[in-house]
Design a protein around this ligand. Structure first.
Ligand code: HEC
Length: 285
């Protein structure tokens, strides 16, 4: 009864009717007769596919809207759960080191290719990577010790580990890393000479309203023998947790431990936001 191409022919007529575009853009379609099955076969799959894609996109969008809130909730619950996981801390540390390494490589490349005409860039990037690693490692140890046995337990970490961490990173990077303070706890970490001057300048800059995280000093000096030295300092801000051992209301059990280990301790009475000291990085070039 019906011609096998009957529905296609109707579709082809409909398509041709809808596509009454100016001749210039539609020359090939108009040249093909509407009844020719070949022409309709060429048109149909295209239209159907794009319809399907539109429908799928619409459905995906609706589904995404429907599950969005659930996903957000589940993700934040999961993040809370894994935050305390040691593996997450390790992965975070690894990611941070990789970012620092990439920055060092980028700085080296910029200097090597002449994009940046300043060797200070490589030194500073390396020094900052070392400082960050030191800060992350020490704070990680401090946090773990504080939650394991409170401030009295954590004193031991600062006392026994801080120096070792600094010398490990120094050996690894080739940049000497340490900490100094105008009101120091460890007698070996009293600011003196040029780094005392820089810390005093940091105090003046902070008093003038400069943000504490911007207090950085860097230079390359030429010594009397003609050799050069790279020097960098970065201020260390006093955070809330630091007040347990550097504030003005320190618990008795902490005070007695500090008195025992550091009879000449000057590093008390700090307030949040004070400059606790500075990282110092040096390298003979
Ligand atoms: C659990 C006690 C404790 C806490 C909390 C603590 N510190 Fe210390 N801090 C110490 C001890 C002990 C030393 C001496 C370490 C040494 O012998 O090298 C020290 C030394 C330092 C030094 C080196 C200069 C100096 O005075 O000898 C800096 C800088 C410093 N702390 C900054 C901080 C900052 C910043 C925080 C907070 C993020 C903090 N500390 C939290 C106990 C603590």
């Amino acid at each position: 009864m019906k011609h096998p191409f009957f529905p296609l022919a109707i579709l082809a007529v409909a398509l041709t009717a809808c596509g009454q575009a100016p001749e210039s853009t539609q020359t090939t379609e108009q040249a093909a007769p509407a009844e020719t099955p070949a022409a309709t076969m060429a048109e149909k799959p295209e239209a159907t596919t794009s319809e399907k894609i539109d429908k799928a996109a619409e459905a995906t969008k609706e589904a995404a809207i429907a599950v969005k809130d659930d996903v957000v909730k589940a993700t934040s619950e999961m993040v809370e759960k894994v935050k305390s996981d040691e593996r997450v801390e390790k992965a975070t540390e690894k990611a941070a080191s990789m970012v620092d390494k990439a920055k060092v490589a980028a700085a080296d490349m910029a200097v090597a290719t002449g994009i940046v005409d300043d060797p200070m860039v490589s030194h500073t990037t390396r020094a900052v990577a070392g400082i960050k690693k030191f800060a992350r490692t020490l704070q990680g140890e401090l946090k773990a010790a504080m939650s394991a046995g409170g401030a009295p337990n954590a004193i031991q970490v600062c006392n026994e580990k801080a120096g070792g961490i600094a010398s490990d990173i120094s050996a690894e990077t080739g940049y000497n890393l340490g900490r100094v303070s105008l009101k120091n706890r460890n007698p070996d970490q009293a600011a003196s000479g040029w780094n005392k001057t820089v810390l005093e300048e940091f105090e003046a800059r902070l008093a003038n309203g400069e943000p504490i995280d911007k207090l950085v000093f860097k230079t390359i000096v030429t010594r009397e023998d003609g050799s050069q030295e790279f020097r960098m300092m970065k201020a260390i801000p006093t955070g809330k947790v630091c007040l347990n051992c550097h504030g003005s209301e320190i618990k008795d059990e902490v005070t007695s431990k500090l008195d025992e280990l550091y009879p000449d301790d000057n590093a008390r009475g700090y307030k949040e936001g004070d400059i606790r000291g500075a990282f110092v990085v040096t390298k003979t070039l």
